[in-house]
Ligand binder design. Structure first.
Ligand code: AMP
Length: 184
């Protein structure tokens, strides 16, 4: 109980939100996705959201101090349960900041080749209001371009454009791969 956690410091979200939800269900963990958290802030137009959008649209990571404050603030509300961190920490400074406050039990690395990631991201469609994710190849909506539950239109994320995806993968190599060595 108390403060135990699992995290996935992966760079680009593909099928891993599906993996996360099966893990959280099986082990009864609270799921905290840094990307979802940022997109929520963007939708609500908060100060953090407005700042985050300028980085996300360029395929860049959010500055460490902003991201760390946001994530640790969310975790403060989850003292009574175990959690899965999804997408945080993504850099060494983030991992070190997390280590200062919590002891992590398990680290999961989803090892997906860059080519596969590129294919998945271009096949991905989301329902912006809820964050529901579809993939036209392996998890299609019942009607093309339409959210199953609300009937509202689906969109592609701006940061899923091929040139932005390449930048995100470069950021992953430079900033996130060292996090794996850190935990090893
Ligand atoms: P995701 O949905 O997890 O791929 O996150 C979408 C975008 O949000 C990423 O491409 C980053 O720009 C930003 N982001 C998410 N998590 C982090 C993090 N831990 N540190 C910095 N930026 C992040």
């Amino acid at each position: 109980g108390g403060v135990s956690g699992v995290l996935q410091p992966r760079g680009v979200k593909g099928a891993d939100s599906a993996v996360s939800s099966s893990i959280t269900k099986h082990f009864e963990l609270k799921h905290l996705s840094s990307g979802d958290l940022l997109r929520q802030n963007m939708l609500q137009g908060t100060e953090i959201g407005v700042l985050a959008k300028t980085f996300i649209d360029q395929g860049k990571l959010i500055p460490d101090d902003v991201m760390t404050r946001l994530a640790l603030h969310e975790l403060k509300n989850l003292t009574q349960c175990n959690w899965l961190l999804d997408g945080f920490p993504r850099t060494l400074p983030q991992a070190e900041a997390l280590d200062k406050v919590y002891q992590i039990d398990t680290v999961i690395n989803l090892n997906v080749p860059f080519e596969v990631i590129k294919q998945r991201l271009t096949a991905r469609w989301i329902h912006p209001a809820s964050g529901r994710v579809y993939n036209i190849e392996f998890n299609p909506p019942k009607t093309v371009g339409i959210d199953d539950l609300t009937g509202e239109p689906l969109i592609q994320r701006e940061d899923d454009r091929p040139d932005t995806v390449i930048k995100r993968l470069k950021a992953y190599e430079a900033q996130t791969e060292p996090v794996l060595e850190y935990y090893q």
